[in-house]
Design a protein. Structure first.
Lengths: 107, 184
């Protein structure tokens, strides 16, 4: 299945010669030219506000990231499992608003 | 359908959404880019840190998915939803930073016979980190709002309960009066 998909991509790409591909890329770049001013305006407007805040968060992420261990997925899997179990326990034991229970209590 | 089952189903739906968008699609994309070997039309990818990228995508993605389950399964305006949201935001923040750290933000691809395509989204990632800061502030607001809302709800429920008891007492008095009338 994996190889079939890979060969399908190869066959698809092989249909095109380099000049045709450059033509397609040229068309994409031409149309991107229309979107560019809008994206630039949005980013230019947001950049002065968000970049300093982003730097703050980046420093925080850097600190957390440097303390994380690479190469072994077990710890991450365990942390994810703990969060999942806690979430599941809360969802089942304290489900929040329950109209059925209220009606039963009224009866 | 019972409320706990509804909660769990909502959680599973949200976790699936995150699993597809933040783990499965990036994982498959980077794996295909790593393994891509096109005969007759060679594409050489200069970035060689795919294993690191894939590792961090899987590791932080797992935590994001678990937190997404917690968010999805919690009822609206509850402190626990806000806490799970906070965990999810922090995980997202590290997830995005891992892209930058592993070199996925600066990418270059050489196509023989055409040239080189390279892009750098480092500045955009910084911008996105700023958005995450705003999200964190919103989560804090949600947390405080949830605590206040729950206190109000508790107070309201207590008031309703006492009113209910009063009604029952009033009804009993009326009944005894009526009985008295019948006796007379």
């Amino acid at each position: 299945m994996n190889n079939t998909f890979k060969y399908a991509i190869i066959a698809f790409i092989n249909q095109f010669d380099p000049t045709m591909l450059s033509g397609i890329l040229g068309t994409i770049i031409y149309y991107l030219g229309f979107v560019k001013p809008i994206v630039t305006a949005i980013i230019t407007f947001l950049l002065p506000f968000l970049t300093p805040l982003g730097e703050l968060i980046k420093d925080f992420a850097q600190t957390v990231f440097s303390s994380l261990g690479a190469g072994d997925l077990t710890y991450y899997f365990l942390v994810a499992l703990i969060i999942l179990v806690v979430g599941f326990a809360f969802a089942v034991l304290s489900p929040g608003h329950d109209p059925i229970k209220k009606e039963k209590k009224k009866e | 359908m019972k409320q706990p089952v509804k909660n769990v189903l909502r959680g599973v739906a949200r976790a699936t959404e995150y699993a597809v968008s933040s783990v499965l699609i990036p994982y498959l994309s980077f794996r295909y880019l790593r393994d891509l070997n096109v005969g007759g039309f060679p594409i050489s990818v200069s970035n060689e840190q795919y294993d690191t990228i894939i590792f961090w995508i899987t590791a932080i993605g797992l935590i994001t998915v678990a937190a997404a389950f917690g968010v999805g399964s919690s009822p609206k305006r509850t402190p626990r939803k806000a806490v799970f949201l906070m965990i999810q935001t922090v995980a997202n923040c590290i997830y995005i930073y891992s892209y930058k750290f592993s070199g996925a933000a600066d990418y270059s691809m050489a196509i023989v016979g055409f040239g080189t395509i390279s892009f750098s989204v480092g500045a955009l990632l910084n911008l996105w980190m700023g958005v995450i800061f705003l999200k964190t502030a919103l989560n804090l607001y949600d947390f405080i709002d949830a605590i206040i809302f729950q206190k109000k709800q508790k107070k309201l429920r207590l008031e309703q309960d006492t009113e209910g008891e009063k009604d029952v007492e009033y009804g009993a008095n009326n009944l005894s009066d009526n009985l008295g009338v019948v006796k007379k």
